[in-house]
Ligand binder design. Structure first.
Ligand code: 5GP
Length: 184
């Protein structure tokens, strides 16, 4: 285990099993349809790639990057840093996110994407922290409900570190206090 991780919350095996199940649900719900997946960078990258390997539908994939976090504190301000390259008008869209915490990011994205007239628009998140919600967001697919803890791994970072961990872990306070950064 990485020295900065206090506890493994979700193991590699649990992640793999749940991601298979989520893809099965999507395959069932969208049978015969083409689905436009929007990955929310950067946190979604491992989840989305594992999920898509099990999706047996016709798919489009595009990415957005929005920013609301710096370190481990929510700034509450959401900005679009990278927008879609393709139109979603008349498409069945699923937004794939690593984690829904306050809900501010997803709420901003939904509002923005609705104006582009998709045929349907749903949210798929690997992790859900319902106790931290500041604004209600309708989540169709949620992998795991987790407690109010700052987690890293499987795409999620702290100061751009730990995205490569194959599990979801809770960061030690000492790593947060150090404000550890990639500077070696
Ligand atoms: P929200 O806008 O729902 O508060 O937060 C969404 C974004 O905040 C996520 O996409 C993620 O980047 C970041 N975030 C929220 N909670 C955590 C967490 O526990 N760990 C990490 N690494 N990022 C988080």
């Amino acid at each position: 285990m990485n020295e900065d991780i206090k506890e493994i919350l979700i193991s590699q095996e649990m992640l793999s099993n749940r991601v298979h199940e989520m893809a099965d649900e999507i395959n069932r719900d969208y049978k015969g349809k083409c689905v436009f997946f929007i990955g929310v960078l950067k946190g979604c990258f491992l989840f989305l790639s594992d999920l898509l390997k099990d999706v047996k539908l016709d798919t489009n994939v595009d990415f957005m990057m929005v920013s609301s976090y710096s370190g481990n504190q929510s700034s509450g301000v959401v900005r679009t840093l990278l927008d879609l390259k393709q139109s979603i008008e008349g498409k069945h869209v699923i937004v794939v996110e690593d984690i829904v915490d306050s809900g501010l990011t997803m709420s901003y994205m939904l509002k923005n994407l609705k104006t582009r007239n998709p045929k349907s628009l749903e949210i798929c998140t690997l992790l859900n922290k319902p106790s931290c919600r500041k604004i209600k967001v309708p989540i169709k697919y949620a992998g795991f409900e987790i407690p109010e803890k700052f987690v890293v791994g499987y795409g999620l970072d702290y100061n751009e570190l730990y995205r490569n961990l194959p599990y979801i872990g809770v960061l030690k306070e000492s790593a947060i206090e150090k404000g550890k950064r990639y500077d070696k």
